[in-house]
Design a binder for this molecule. Sequence first.
Ligand SMILES: NC(=O)c1ccc[n+]([C@@H]2O[C@H](COP(=O)([O-])OP(=O)(O)OC[C@H]3O[C@@H](n4cnc5c(N)ncnc54)[C@H](OP(=O)(O)O)[C@@H]3O)[C@@H](O)[C@H]2O)c1
Length: 341
Amino acid sequence: MKAVGVHNSLPVTDPQALQDVDIPAPVASGRFLLVRVRAVSVNPVDTKIRLNAGSRLEQPRILGWDCAGVVEAVGEQCSLFKPGDEVYYAGDVTRAGCNCELHLIDERIVGRKPASLAFDDAAAMPLTTITAWEALFERLGIVRDRAANKGKSILIIGGAGGVGSIAIQLAKQLAGLHVIATASRPETEKWCMDMGADEVINHREALADEFKLIGCSNVNYILCLVGTAQHWHGMADVIAPQGGICLIVDTEANQPVNINLFKPKSVAISWEFMFTRARFQTPDMAEQGVLLNEAARLLDEGVLRHTRTEHYGQLTAANLLKAHAKLESGTMLGKLVLTVG
Ligand SMILES: NC(=O)c1ccc[n+]([C@@H]2O[C@H](COP(=O)([O-])OP(=O)(O)OC[C@H]3O[C@@H](n4cnc5c(N)ncnc54)[C@H](OP(=O)(O)O)[C@@H]3O)[C@@H](O)[C@H]2O)c1
């Protein structure tokens, strides 16, 4: 089958950084579904793995962890899906990704595709939705109860990116929080407001100064999606006493952060890594399928909206490389997708 893979870790400017390849089609067994891929999205994790895949790989590393497609066959232990079902999912970073025609995926981390969305629009959603959902409702422990959250607020740093676009919606629509998002350009500021943010501040300025400008003293929660080290002191300034912060991005080795900054306010710091459940086969890994189904229902009911903004054409090495370049520019607004087949 056709796929796009990596043989050598190369910069995005090198046309060989991604290659069109022909690889054997996989076979469904156990709890794995064989899915005919119809559309994929691209995330920063794809570019990070491309740059760290190694050199002269005998077998190409297949990237891609955002998929919408149709179940073609099921393993003998599968019970949740059948051939013909339309599905969407992010997958498992320890396994081959979905930049291919036929893809194997553990059924426990698969959701039914939102019926109202085209495959292209559905493919934009799974990875970022899982990340934002787990961060808000599991790591930060925010309840999905608008009345219970009355008067509570959240700062979402990196509001217009893939994760931020759905995090704003979940925090506003499901939890009823007062949402302050960050953006640094007029178009990303507008997008954050369109997603449901109550206020937008500039992440290129000191957070405390920006809070003064909007007359806000602090927030109960912070979801930091970009620039953990860059915003470390700013987060310590604006988090409320006994508040919670969730991080999703590593600090660089040359950017040590001081955890003690958060002791005076007794701040709870948590991590979200959306591949944890699949990677460690946690007993509750099927929760990802459950949350994807719940998100599909909310998308179909119009409570949430898809975040696709761009289409990069058919899945080919050349088109996917353009998509990687866009992601690496750090200027993504919403999500981009490619069609497969
Ligand atoms: N732990 C996990 O499970 C997990 C899951 C998903 C993603 N991630 C990681 O989370 C990060 C964000 O992912 P994403 O998909 O949302 O990325 P993305 O779509 O590429 O994010 C782009 C956005 O980042 C904003 N931005 C750029 N520089 C910033 C800064 N210094 N401070 C705050 N915002 C800034 C930009 O806003 P402006 O253009 O307005 O500046 C842009 O809208 C990536 O590093 C990704 O690898 C982790």
